[in-house]
Design a protein around this ligand. Structure first.
Ligand code: ATP
Ligand code: MG
Length: 723
């Protein structure tokens, strides 16, 4: 690859030159991008270099890992070795495929290399980037997970543009940002569907393969030097899988280091790989050039039979499940066609794995890999630290508000459906309580109407929960990749929902107010609408807080409904305030109930100043104040505006709770889980049930969220057993 950075396809088997020239030494020249970036990448990196965000010169990433072992602690108290002494490397300009049967440790290896291990996983060994133990900052390494959590209502171009706004520096010219977005779209081959929506449950959108490519596009936008992908082709047909891998290969040729786990590649896809890391049961079966794997298997005594897809053969050799398949088929008609040239007919997969693992460790392939790791590790390259999102907090909050608003306005299920239901329900209320008047029976009717509107109608806001869960999924993916902060997300979510909630409250409140003929007067009308708005917003905020910790929508709805049911019970309508049992229910639960404050305010707003008929005309009229004090047991000395203020304070409190819940979920929960896992492992070691674990191992709690929470900390948890 030339230094100007033009992408050059390299035929399989030929020497790959991308970016390796600088590794052998010599200080890289200032401003020269040695990795061979595309012109756009080069612009961005030059920009960053000039801003002091990255070290000058070589921005390529050479990744090595040595004696990597991962042990996970299980709930049962047992510990399981998931990865066992893996050694390997990945160089710029190459695409490395991690292959192996299900459960062989592919995802765990990716997680270990990218510093994303689960809290119950403990890692030992050395992982170096450019010969240094470096934390993997977000701009340097990107991780594309298996799920495409995207906003279904946005088009491909919008999705990438918003992501660019969220992460690129504010001072970068709009034109330059647009050029970068367009460049990324064409780099990922998404031009044809750039203006098509991603799609959701009611919108037909782009295909699965295109979604995968959008997910990858979002991560390559910041031009990361290291790209990790977990099963980028799962669920795709072979043609789509081919195009995705081909794109990854050209990304690699652009000077990036690409590592992807792949399940069952077709022969065409297999030919696109530069390096193959074959795993079985957490052990290395083969690591080396993909084109030489064929030869390795032949030398190990397991040659690939003619007319069989090599990758199928490799996987068949290392998958013990095939033994079960064989025994199931034994005696069946298919066995008559058993191939005499298949070495696996003569041995079990377990024997084959044993043979391959043993052969690899003493073969030239294993030796070369170890030698190369030593060689690469010795060269101290640049520290690739670009530090995540470059956009300011205000830009992040503004972009998130806009993006969320666009999504809400386009998604029929988010607010529009609820608006329709609210209006229908309030029309029903209006017809049932039509012109309620001031007769004796109106005393109870006005109370029950208010209770229904502020209790059951606001209750319907839990219907938005599935949309909140979708929002949270997108947030979690973006947060994990360091696109923006929690506060920016909470602000964006709060402000974008405001106009819709106001619209719902004004329209349904107006229908209800004028049909029922509640207390006349503009201020009374305004209070009613504000009361409805604040109640709906409190319910929304509560449900968002629940969605931040319970991502399952059925469980979230049940919990949200339960909490609201309890609050409704102590609101003062179903049991009068003074009759509610004092401990717990009256103090503090009724004061925590937003229904209680909303109802008290609206009762006062509606009844104060009205005169009601008595049971018989000869009896004296009843004042609204009397009803409030004696019947609803409300302190009329307290202004209704205080009740409304409490509701608005509750909105702020619930939004803060939402923020706190996310932070707890990110920081405290992994810490606690990590601590429990650590204790389990320690117990295991003290009982001498775990042979490899060193005391150092348990002193580290690799936590994914630690990486996110504090990028400045030594977040790349590595224990070097050699030091
Ligand atoms: N945090 C963890 N806690 C408990 N077990 C784990 C953990 N991480 C991995 N494992 C176990 O380690 C093994 C390897 O898991 P991993 O997800 O890495 O496999 P994989 O090769 O990616 O499989 P697949 O192809 O199905 O995605 C599995 O048996 C899994 O149950
Ligand atoms: Mg996996």
């Amino acid at each position: 690859m030339n230094s100007s950075g033009s992408t050059k396809e390299v035929v399989m088997g030929e020497e790959i030159e991308c970016g390796n020239s600088s590794s052998s030494g010599g200080a890289p020249r200032s401003g020269v991008v040695v990795g061979g970036l595309s012109p756009l990448s080069e612009t961005l990196w030059r920009e960053r270099s000039s801003m002091g965000l990255v070290g000058d010169g070589d921005v390529s990433a050479r990744l090595t890992w040595k004696d990597l072992t991962v042990i996970v602690t299980l709930r049962s108290g047992d510990a399981q070795r998931v990865l066992d002494g893996l050694t390997g490397y990945a160089e710029p300009g190459t695409l490395t495929a991690l292959m192996g049967p299900s459960g062989s440790g592919k995802s765990t290896l990716l997680d270990a290399l990218s510093g994303r291990l689960a809290t119950n996983a403990f890692l030992s060994g050395t992982v170096l980037i450019n010969g240094r133990r470096t934390k993997l900052s977000f701009g340097t390494a990107a991780y594309v997970t298996q799920d495409d959590n995207l906003i279904g209502t946005l088009t491909v171009r919008e999705t990438i543009s918003y992501s660019a706004q969220l992460r690129l520096p504010d001072k970068m010219a709009r034109e330059e940002k647009r050029a970068l977005v367009e460049g990324t779209i064409s780099e990922m081959g998404l031009q044809d569907c750039a203006d098509t929506v991603i799609g959701n449950w009611h919108l037909r959108g782009i295909s699965g393969g295109e979604k995968r490519r959008v997910s990858i596009a979002l991560e390559i936008l910041m031009r990361p030097r290291l790209l990790f992908l977990d099963e980028p082709t799962s669920g795709l047909d072979s043609a789509s899988a081919f195009f995705v891998i081909q794109t990854l290969r050209s990304l690699a040729r652009d000077g990036r280091t690409v590592i992807a786990s792949i399940h069952q590649p077709s022969s065409e896809v297999f030919e696109l790989f530069d390096y193959l890391y074959l795993l079985s049961g957490g052990k290395t079966v083969y690591f080396g050039k993909a084109s030489e794997a064929h030869e390795f298997f032949a030398q190990a005594g397991l040659p690939c039979p003619p007319r069989r897809n090599p990758s199928d053969h490799f996987l068949k050799c290392v998958n013990t499940d095939f033994d079960k398949v064989k025994s199931t088929l034994k005696g069946s008609i298919k066995m008559r066609f058993a191939r005499a040239d298949d070495p696996l007919e003569k041995m079990t997969s377990a024997e084959a794995i044993q043979r391959l693992v043993a052969y690899y460790s003493r073969s030239k392939y294993g030796h070369t890999a170890r030698q190369k790791v030593e060689e690469i590790s010795r060269v101290k390259g640049n520290v690739l630290d670009s530090g995540g999102s470059q956009a300011s907090f205000c830009m992040q909050a503004f972009t998130l508000t806009r993006r969320s608003f666009v999504n809400m306005s386009r998604d029929f299920g988010y607010y529009w459906l609820r608006l329709v239901i609210y209006i229908i329900v309030t029309i029903c209320i209006g017809t049932i309580y039509f012109k309620v008047g001031t007769g004796f029976s109106a005393i109870l009717s006005r109370g029950s109407c208010t209770s229904f509107v502020l209790g059951f109608v606001t209750f319907m806001s839990i219907g938005g929960f599935p949309s909140f869960v979708e929002d949270m999924k997108v947030f979690q993916r973006e947060r994990l990749n360091g696109h923006y902060g929690v506060l920016a997300f909470v602000i964006g979510n709060t402000f974008s929902a405001m106009p819709f909630l106001l619209l719902i409250s004004v329209l349904s409140g107006t229908v209800c107010y004028f049909m029922v003929r509640l207390h006349p007067g503009f201020v009374h009308y305004l209070f009613f609408v504000l009361c409805l708005y604040s109640s709906i917003t409190v319910v929304e905020s509560l449900m968002m807080a629940i969605a931040s910790v319970i991502p399952n929508f059925l469980m979230g709805i049940i919990i949200g409904a339960g909490i609201q049911g309890i609050f409704m019970l102590v609101s003062g309508f179903f049991r009068r305030p003074n009759d509610i049992p004092k401990p717990i229910w009256r103090y503090p639960v009724s004061y925590m109930s937003f229904h209680y404050w909303a109802q008290e305010g609206q009762y006062q707003n509606d009844l104060k100043g009205l005169i009601f008929d008595n049971q018989t005309p000869d009896q004296p009229k009843i004042s609204g104040e009397y009803v409030l004090q004696k019947f609803y047991q409300i302190d009329t000395g307290r202004s209704k505006w205080i009740d409304l203020s409490v509701l608005f304070c509750m909105i702020i409190a619930y939004r803060l709770l939402f923020f706190v819940m996310i932070r707890i979920n990110e920081d405290v929960t992994p810490f606690v889980r990590g601590y429990i896992a650590k204790r389990r492992l320690q117990r295991k070691i003290s009982r001498n049930q775990l042979s490899v674990a060193s005391p150092e191992l348990v002193n580290r709690v690799p936590s994914l969220r630690v990486v996110v929470a504090d990028p400045a900390s030594t977040s790349f948890e590595v224990v070097d057993l050699n030091t």
